[in-house]
Design a protein around this ligand. Structure first.
Ligand SMILES: [Cu+2]
Length: 226
């Protein structure tokens, strides 16, 4: 028990930040909104259910007075059954509307949706990523200008990987034989860790890269450097 407390305290002190909840792009912000939104609904449901449960446990506890009473029969009560069917339907509908809207909105389905964007070919391979720009430049880490829309063209040379830069959004499956587009507009400078989020073999944990978001000038200079 002592050890458990120590582990818990260390975990809390380490400030293990949840990077998906520290969004630095519109995509990541939309995703973080969905997380908070569903969490809020969950908290409301949880508070109501727990409050009712505590109340009923207390109100209907056995006492010397009621110990021979039989509970009221509620089987077939139309009002109750309608209520406990409709409440989840309403909650799920409230959840589904923004979820479906945002999901359809997040990624382009064709390249014509994104003319004027920066297009980067991304190839996942056990166990590294290669980024190729329109001018032919190849790199192991991705460099992008702040405020510009970028479309990643995700491809895999072997197995299924998953492309994920938590602060910028994702994750997006990378499937061999199928190009998947993933659009992001980073809106703050910074260096973020990207990773493979689909277990793909022995060195999966090391399948990482850096996503460096820099000024337009720094990006241009980097792009033109051999
Ligand atoms: Cu992988």
């Amino acid at each position: 028990m002592k050890k458990l407390w120590l582990m818990f305290t260390l975990l809390m002190l380490s400030g293990c930040g949840i990077r998906t909840l520290d969004p630095h792009s519109g995509t990541a912000r939309d995703q973080a909104f969905l997380i908070y939104f569903s969490f809020a609904i969950m908290v409301v449901v949880m508070v109501i259910v727990f409050a009712l449960m505590i109340r009923f446990v207390w109100k209907y506890r056995q006492t010397a007075k009621n110990k021979d009473d039989l509970p009221e029969e509620i089987n077939g009560n139309k009002r109750l059954e309608t209520a406990w069917t409709l409440i989840p339907v309403v909650l799920l509908t409230i959840l589904a509307i923004p979820t479906v809207a945002i999901t359809y909105d997040l990624s382009p389905t064709t390249t014509t949706d994104t003319e004027g964007a920066i297009h980067v070919q991304v190839t996942g391979e056990r166990w590294n990523w290669t980024f190729e720009y329109a001018n032919g430049k190849q790199a192991d880490n991705v460099v992008l200008p702040v405020g510009e829309t970028v479309v990643f063209h995700l491809n895999s040379n072997d197995v299924i990987h998953s492309f994920w830069i938590p602060e910028l959004g994702g994750k997006q499956d990378v499937i061999p034989g199928k190009e998947i587009l993933f659009e992001v507009t980073p809106d703050e400078k910074g260096s973020f860790i990207g990773k493979c989020a689909e277990f793909c073999g022995l060195d999966h944990a090391n399948m990482r890269f850096d996503a460096n978001i820099v000024s337009a000038e720094a990006y241009q200079a980097w792009l033109e450097k051999e």
